[in-house]
Design a protein around this ligand. Structure first.
Ligand code: SAM
Length: 255
């Protein structure tokens, strides 16, 4: 099945408008104003990216992990907005992207804040075993098909397949299992992707329901832009003018 056939089946009449909005250049950008004063940089990101950071709802004094953190937009959104001294663990699997993340954090954060952010080049799928029940909140902004990006690259678009999307869903599920294992009971996990495919969004949460029955509840929430899905919320550029971003928030209920 081709890319167009697949998404036409999912979105029906809406697909041509959505495809056009996805292909548009540089829409939906906002400037995240730096609260640390002169000498520290602001950060530009898609407005919809603020939503998963907001859904994590970090509180002062908490230990928070951003599993897939580079280049760091959502991490900065969390650090800029939390009132008080939370600690952050920011990991990413890619050495090049970890270097980029570190450079951005140095440009945007004063030394006293940087000391509360530990950056690790690591496979976050292993944190569930390494840090069992130790974290208050985890953001899993997972690697995904990124259809907006695909539409800007004929070569990558030609490589797209449903099979590839399903392979990514397996990685996304294992990152989510790791997140669930690493938070304390009562802790929160936010799952987000910039994919428009239910395979990488609601279906991943459905699979988690099957593999981790009784260990979590889905938290209901809404945003001024976007629309509800079975388990979360999606912000799509044809109606919202920013995104795409899918977000689901989970409350860990037991070990
Ligand atoms: C969608 S991007 C993250 C964007 C980032 N959260 C932000 O707001 O700037 C996904 C990231 O996940 C990283 N990644 C992929 N698999 C991973 C894994 N198993 N553990 C940690 N990071 C991973 C990729 O290198 C990539 O940087």
């Amino acid at each position: 099945m081709t890319f167009n056939e697949h998404f036409n089946k999912i979105y029906g009449e809406r697909w041509s408008r959505l495809r056009e909005a996805l292909a548009a250049e540089d829409t939906g950008k906002v400037l995240l104003k730096n609260p640390f004063g002169a000498g520290y940089q602001d950060y530009s990101l898609d407005e919809a990216s603020l939503f998963p950071a907001r859904a994590l709802d970090v509180q002062p004094g908490e230990l928070v992990a951003d599993f897939c953190a580079a280049p760091g937009g959502k991490l900065l959104a969390m650090i800029f907005s939390v009132q008080g001294e939370s600690r952050f663990l920011a990991s990413d699997l890619s050495p090049g992207r970890v270097q980029r993340l570190k450079a951005i954090l140095h440009d945007c954060l004063p030394p006293e804040v940087l000391t509360r952010v530990e950056v690790r080049k690591a496979d976050a799928a292993r944190f569930g075993q390494r840090l069992p029940g130790q974290l208050d909140r985890v953001l899993v902004d997972a690697p995904c098909s990124g259809e907006r990006h695909l539409l800007h690259s004929a070569k990558e678009l030609a490589r797209w397949s449903v099979k590839g999307s399903k392979r990514l869903a397996i990685r996304q599920h294992s990152l989510l299992c790791s997140a669930l294992d690493s938070v304390k009971p009562g802790g929160r996990v936010v799952y987000s992707t910039c994919s428009i495919s239910p395979i990488e969004n609601d279906d991943v949460i459905e699979r988690l329901h099957e593999s981790r029955e009784g260990q979590f509840e889905v938290l209901k929430f809404a945003h001024e832009k976007g629309e509800a899905t079975r388990f979360g919320w999606i912000i799509l550029p044809d109606t919202a003018g920013c995104g795409p971003i899918y977000t689901a928030a989970l409350l860990k209920t037991s070990r």
